[in-house]
Design a protein around this ligand. Structure first.
Ligand code: COA
Ligand code: AMP
Length: 628
């Protein structure tokens, strides 16, 4: 490893105040912090406790103020509508200030929450930044979730206003959002004062009494100036799947977040203010928050927002057209997207058709980058393909090759090394560190660096219980894996019931809760099984109540529909296996961990407490992803 990396890692861990105090100069403060790490309430840590700033001013105003107002800030490229829309920093500032004014006229003030339920349109980013400008707290909900999931988030966040759109476009299908929003508001107990609706040409939403048209709101809006907030004030809440049905509201603060992202884009991703950067994700996910919106704008570069899929819109060359057309220098996507492209274009014909000379690096994250996909992308693109590992909770990479600071050799199957600031270790079930090469639980020694979650929304106890209790002194990532002799990390999969479907994080526990409500179901387990394109897909294993004599195909369809209706199409539960029994302990506990182990290809020893080991013989092929 190079000197620059070693120095940065050592200093970030041994002298966090000095390291992050210096990094704090990357952003503009209203009141510069005099203190860096606040450990008064450990294990709840805060960064830059007496600093004050505005995140939106750091993303927009300061670049305009520095004479870079004509620089392109945002390129929205919509393959599904065939339109490209661009915004310079000056134009984006104007839109955001006016939408902030519109929100204020609807009563939104510092600290109020605003839920954003939108497709990937520029207005989604404008709404996020407008909230940041007012010191309001946004909570973006991914469009693929069903009304019940949106309702649960509305009830937890209690927003003053909801911002949504008439529709999204999924391939060639128009998905109307407004009826989903209306349904979720019927289900929710909390009532927002108003809903701002962006009318898109593909569908017109019918408007109710509390609904306000985006254009009308903008037409009469007074631009709002940035509101000063404390570094520790919340910028956003992003809900993610937990081990129980109730989603966890990951909180992000303002100061630590801005500093961490301003440090990470140049140092981890090697991207500077002169670059064009494209994160092919969605604002509903953390990648969209950190690397479509905040990091590129705080850095002052151009960010590309792409509405469409990697395949089918129009073809498997869609991504490479975007790179060529906008002269993209750095790109970020999930391995699943590359696998989908590879399946349609194994010989890389679409890649060769394009001038991709601008592209320096392809970053991959959201799920494990399997060595085949790594090799295919590396060979056909001829550039470094860089795996990086992180999660909604951390907000930015915990492991990566440091492309700006000190690029290190890549190893297939590994997201490279531990990023400065993250003291990642691997421990056994008792919390003892294991030697290199031995698999265990991946944890991070506290404190976590700036930009990571300080807590869960309104629930410090759940934060401590869910993340800090299993291994005292450490943050528990929920992932398992090992470090090799060179300090490279290998992430092998989750140790809990979270699965990763096409780069989307989902809880099998919440799917089980839905499946179990079917009147014919006696008991069930939902397990992530291997899928060639999506990495994992959920498969439900269902035992029927005695005496049920239903048509299995009809029953399977009903269960699939129930999950789609309650969780959303994104859950992608399409496989329901009706089985005679589930593996259980003698005391009746379903051996989900054993089932997961078989599904992940890690044949763990079968617990001696198993009631009837022969049950597994029936399930084994189904768990290994063979068709049901
Ligand atoms: N709004 C409404 N519905 C949505 C949606 C949204 N924003 N996003 C997904 N859906 C729907 C899809 O239309 C699909 O519905 P269907 O079951 O009726 O076909 C379902 O949810 C599943 O979607 P998806 O998981 O995207 O599967 P897909 O088969 O349509 O596409 C891939 C597969 C691999 C091409 C696609 O998942 C992909 O591009 N993944 C990359 C993911 C990513 O970037 N993740 C971010 C982490 S970095
Ligand atoms: P999310 O919070 O949606 O970003 O999902 C985070 C989870 O995705 C992690 O806890 C991992 O299980 C998985 N993940 C993300 N990136 C990687 C990666 N590069 N390698 C392996 N797993 C990953």
């Amino acid at each position: 490893m190079g000197r620059a990396y070693d120095d940065a890692r050592r200093r970030s861990l041994a002298e966090p105040d000095a390291f992050w105090g210096e990094a704090a100069s990357l952003i503009d403060w209203v009141t510069p912090p005099t203190r860096v790490l606040d450990d008064a309430r450990a294990p709840l840590y805060r960064w830059f406790p007496d600093g004050e700033l505005n995140t939106c001013a750091n993303a927009l105003d300061r670049h305009v103020g520095a004479g870079r107002g004509d620089r392109l800030a945002l390129i929205h490229d919509s393959a599904v509508t065939g339109q490209v829309t661009t915004f310079t920093y000056a134009q984006l500032l104007d839109e955001v200030s006016r939408f902030a004014g519109a929100l204020r006229s609807l009563g939104v003030q510092k600290g109020d929450r605003v839920v954003i339920y939108m497709p990937l349109v520029p207005e989604a980013a404008i709404a996020m930044l407008a909230c940041a400008r007012l010191g309001a707290v946004h909570s973006v909900v991914f469009g693929g979730f069903a009304p019940a999931e949106l309702a649960a988030r509305i009830d937890d966040a209690a927003p003053k206003v909801v911002v949504s759109a008439s529709c999204g476009v999924e391939g060639t299908r128009v998905v109307e959002y407004k009826p989903l929003l209306d349904e979720s508001l019927r289900l929710a107990e909390h009532e927002p004062d108003a809903c701002v609706i962006l009318q898109r040409p593909q569908a017109t939403a019918s408007m109710g009494e509390r609904d306000v048209d985006w254009s009308d709101a903008m037409a009469s809006a007074e631009p709002a100036a940035p509101v000063t907030v404390r570094a520790t004030d919340p910028l956003y809440i992003l809900y993610t799947s937990g081990t129980t049905g109730k989603p966890k509201g990951i909180v992000r603060d303002n100061g630590g977040h801005a500093v961490a992202l301003a440090w990470s884009l140049p140092n981890v991703y090697g991207v500077t203010a002169d670059d064009v950067w494209w994160a092919a994700s969605d604002v509903g996910w953390v990648v969209g928050h950190s690397y479509i919106v905040y990091a590129p704008l705080i850095t002052g570069c151009t960010t590309v927002m792409y509405e469409g899929k990697p395949i089918g819109t129009p073809d498997a060359g869609a991504f490479w057209r975007v790179v060529e057309q906008h002269r993209v220098n750095g790109m970020f996507t999930a391995p699943t997207a590359i696998r989908a492209i590879k399946k349609e274009d194994p010989a890389g014909r679409f890649i060769r058709e394009r001038d991709l000379s601008s592209l320096r690096t392809l970053f991959q994250a959201g799920e494990r980058l399997d060595p085949d996909t790594f090799a295919w992308a590396s060979d056909h693109l001829g550039i470094p393909v860089v795996d990086n590992w992180w999660q909604t909770e951390t907000g930015w990479p915990m492991a990566s090759s440091l492309r700006g600071l000190d690029p290190m050799p890549l190893k297939p199957g590994s997201p490279s090394v531990r990023v400065p600031g993250f003291d990642v270790r691997v421990v056994d079930e008792h919390g003892h560190e294991v030697p290199a090469g031995t698999e265990g639980n991946i944890v991070v020694r506290l404190p976590l660096p700036p930009g990571t979650l300080p807590t869960l929304w309104g629930d410090d106890d759940r934060y401590v219980e869910a993340y800090l209790s299993a291994f005292p002194g450490y943050y528990s990532t929920g992932d398992g894996g090992y470090l090799d002799d060179d300090g490279y990390l290998y992430v092998m999969g989750r140790t809990d019931d979270v699965i990763n479907v096409a780069g989307h994080r989902l809880s099998t526990g919440s799917m089980e809760a839905v499946v179990a409500t079917h009147p014919a179901v006696a008991e069930c387990a939902v397990i992530g099984v291997h899928d060639e394109i999506k990495g994992q897909v959920p498969r439900a294993f269902v035992v029927l109540k005695a005496g049920i004599d239903a048509d299995p195909a009809a029953l399977q369809e009903e269960i699939v529909e129930m999950v789609r209706d309650r969780i959303g199409p994104v859950a992608a539960l399409r496989q329901v296996a009706i089985v005679p029994a589930l593996p259980k302990t003698r005391s009746g506990k379903i051996l989900r961990r054993t089932m997961r182990g078989i599904a992940d290809g890690r044949e763990e020893p079968i617990p001696s407490t198993i009631e009837d080991a022969s049950v597994l013989d029936v399930l084994r092929p189904l768990l290994r992803g063979e068709s049901s």
